[in-house]
Structures are given as structure tokens and as C-alpha cells.
Design a binder for this molecule. Sequence first.
Ligand code: NAD
Ligand code: UDX
Length: 463
Amino acid sequence: MGITKICCIGAGYVGGPTMAIIAQKCPHIQVTVVDLNEERIAAWNDADVNNIPIYEPGLSEIVKEARGRNLFFSTEVDKAIDEAEMIFISVNTPTKTYGKGKGMAADLKYIELCARQIAKVAKSDKIVVEKSTLPVRTAEAIKSILDNTGNGVKFQILSNPEFLAEGTAVQDLLNPDRILIGGDTSDEGEKAIQELVAVYANWVPVNQILTTNVWSSELSKLTANAFLAQRISSINALSELCEKTGADVNEVARAIGMDSRIGPKFLKASVGFGGSCFQKDILNLVYIAKSYGLNEVADYWEQVIIMNDHQKRRFSNNIVKTLYNTVSDKKIAFLGWAFKKDTNDTRESAAIYVADDLISENAKIAVYDPKVSRKKVLADLDYLQSRTADENVNSILSFDNPYEACNKAHAVAILTEWDEFVTYDWQKIYDSMQKPAFVFDGRNILDKTVLEKIGFVYQAIGS
Ligand code: NAD
Ligand code: UDX
């Protein structure tokens, strides 16, 4: 007994790293990750393991170890579904951009397509695992599709949300705080749960593997992200008050974080949270609450997003105001474009929105990010549809060297907390800039005293 063949649909930021770790830790299980995106699969199979499509510290080494042994990347979706005993669905669940729930609800079309494909192909019983983040009660819809369009085989649906954070995906997967598995309370459901527990038990202590009913598991994922994002919006809200009162938000965060009931993590004031999850999942939570008529619940969580939007806008407004109310034709250097350090992911990055505001004021943005290409920066801006693609091309200057990005700039804005920014020769940067030389530190990573001694006008968040 025990699972010997796993298929994962979706070779993205979750499917790729998660399956790489399962393959590494379970050499007796064959893991095949499939995707419709041929370019992405080709990159996962690139002979040079440094070219895999997702940058995560430590990931390429693990892929190198397992790929070709028991880890495979393929576009042959049907074949992998057919062969597997357990199928993870790890496709994207973005915010809907059309129809009912536009701008709030999760778009489940990719999930439904997966369910229909599994139903069509499966000729033996399968355990289907929701790895994607889904609205509570989605398993019901998946089950209905599988049971009504399948070939008479039996399906068990499990919810197994992923809690990894980008940039630390490998460590989070190797040492998770907990693994959450939700399943049906019937005997068959319990059996399916135990099959998945057995997979994780190859490296996770069993007392950290939590089993619940399906709905609790689905809702816990949205709740965890809502709580985490709420902490950031809470500290960011107070950063604005600190700026008015002479309090320092870093000191306030340290002071409250030492209360063991509050704890020190996720209290770093910033230009605003980004990433593919927080905003999408909270909007989804708000939509679900509204759909049950729980308007106060919906309004409560929506405020987390409103505060985050305010924080991003506040940052760009402050740049314009400080630069004598005009940034027209001024070069503003952006250090960082990714939504956090140690990732090449830019989804919902604060940098995109700050740049968009400043370009609307006719600024020229000079971008340096160690892992993000010019193509990606332009695609991110084009997606907002604030102006033509040509106008974006003319407003964005891209550099492979941070010193060149800052050369002759009126201001430097730190948008991502990459470690290397702290170690730069800031005297050299100062010497090459227009005067007065401004630094807007959206991540509070630089030393105010050192920078002011050099001659910079330095502004951080919340002090
Ligand atoms: P992603 O966009 O990086 O990857 C999803 C992949 O699924 C894409 O490559 C896409 O081509 C593929 N796909 C879509 N439909 C398909 C189909 N029918 N058949 C085959 N492939 C298909 O997304 P992601 O960041 O990996 O997120 C996946 C899910 O995990 C989302 O629900 C997200 O909310 C959740 N999640 C993400 C993170 C994160 O840090 N990114 C963390 C936890 C949970
Ligand atoms: C998040 C959750 O942490 C993870 O559990 C879930 O599976 C996916 O969503 P991720 O978005 O990858 O992970 O990164 P995270 O570390 O949570 O950071 C999200 C954003 O919040 C980043 O823009 C980050 O810079 C910002 N942030 C984080 C802050 O501004 N302050 C903090 O104190 C922490």
C-alpha cells in the first residue's frame, strides 16, 4: 500500500517547489508535474538547472538531485493524470476580471478545467488534492464535476493548502510550522487523508500534521493570509501616525512584539505588501462574506486592502511633494521591483503602483532589480493599462548595475529589501546624484545616521 505515483497540475511557484521537495524526500514516489505552458515546462527541464523558471534559494540544487530520478516535468497532462493515484491541483486562482464578482471573487475556471480533465481521463480511483488556495466549499463543486462527468471511478477530495512564502519556499517546505489536510469524515475520506499524511510523514513530524474537515481546511488558508496581511496593514497604519508624532515605528514594533501574545514577526512597516496571495485572498474572503450577507465582516477585512493601497499611494505622493511638487522629467532610481527579496516574482509588487503614479507625473523611472528583467517590468506596467505600451517603454530605464541606475538621479527609492542594497557604496551613489540627493527608503533597511552624514536627505517609513 501507499502512494507510488503523484501528478501535480500546475508547475508554478507552488507546484514546482512543493513537488520538488516531495520528490526529494520520497524517492519511492514518482512525481510528475504537468502544465499547459510549454515554455515553463521547457525551463523546468533546462539542462542548466540555473535556468529553472522560478528563483528560490536552494531550489535548483534540489531539482538537480531529483529531476530524471523520480521528478519529472511534462506537458502530457492526460498521461500523468491517468498514471497517478494522487493528483494535486496547483493551478492559479486569480481574482476575477470579468462578470459577477469582478475584482473580488476568485476565478475558478482553471480549477474547473482541471476537474473536468481529471474526470475525463481517470480510469481508476483517484485522490484529488486541492493545493491551490480556494474559496470555502470549492471541494463541493469539484466533487460534483468529478462524480457527474467521470467514468464511474471513485474520487476523494482533500484540501491541503500551501503555506510557503516566496523567497523562503525551500526552508518553509522542509520545515513547515504545520501541514493542514482536510477531508471527508467518511471511512473512505479518512483513508485518503491517511494516504496524504503518509507522504508528508517522510519528513514532517506527525504531530505537526493537522487533519480537519474540508471546509475548515479551505477556510483556514484564507484566514491565515488575512491575519498576516492584517498585521502589516496595522503596523503601516501606525507608521503614518508615527511620522506625525515623532514616534519611530521600528521602536513601536519592537516594543509591542516583545509581548508574547503579539509576537515579533510580520510587524515590519513597508511601502505596502505585495505578492500574488494577500490581496487576492482577502478580496476573496470579503466576497464570500458579502455573498452570505455578512456586510460587517466583509467591511472589516476590506479595510486591510484599503490601508495597503493608501500606504503605496502615500509613498508616491510623498516623493512628488518632497521633490518640490514636480518629478516631471526627473530620473528616479528604483532599487528593487520584486514584491519581496529573494524572489523573481513581481505580482502585485508595490513597485508597480508607485512607478505608475510617478510616470503619470512624467517621471523617468530607472529600475535595478537583481532578479527582474526589463520585459517583466514593462509587462507589469502594461497590465495596469494606465497608458500605451510605448509610453511605458519611454518612461522606464533599465539597468544591470545599481550605480548606473542611480547616476544623475534626483532620488533613490528602495522598493524591495534585497540584502545587497545595504552593502552598496552609498558615498559613490551620492557623488553621482543630483543635489539635494534624496533617498526614500520604503523598506527601512538603510542607516539614517550614515546616509545623513554622507549628505543625503533620507526619509524612511514611520519615523
Ligand atoms: P502560478 O501562476 O505560478 O502557477 C500556476 C500554473 O498552473 C501556471 O503555470 C499555469 O500555466 C498552470 N495551469 C493553469 N491551468 C492549467 C491546466 N488546466 N492544466 C495545466 N496547467 C494549468 O501560480 P502559483 O503562484 O503557483 O499559485 C498556485 C495556487 O497556489 C494559487 O491558488 C495560489 O493562491 C496558491 N498559493 C500560492 C502561493 C505563492 O506563494 N505563490 C503560496 C500559497 C498558495
Ligand atoms: C504569503 C504568506 O506568508 C504565505 O504563508 C502564503 O502561503 C502565501 O502568501 P508571500 O506573499 O510569498 O507569502 O510572502 P510574505 O513573506 O508573506 O510577504 C508578503 C508581502 O508582505 C511582501 O510584499 C512583504 O514584503 C510584505 N511584508 C511582509 C511586509 O511589508 N512587512 C512584514 O512584516 C512582512
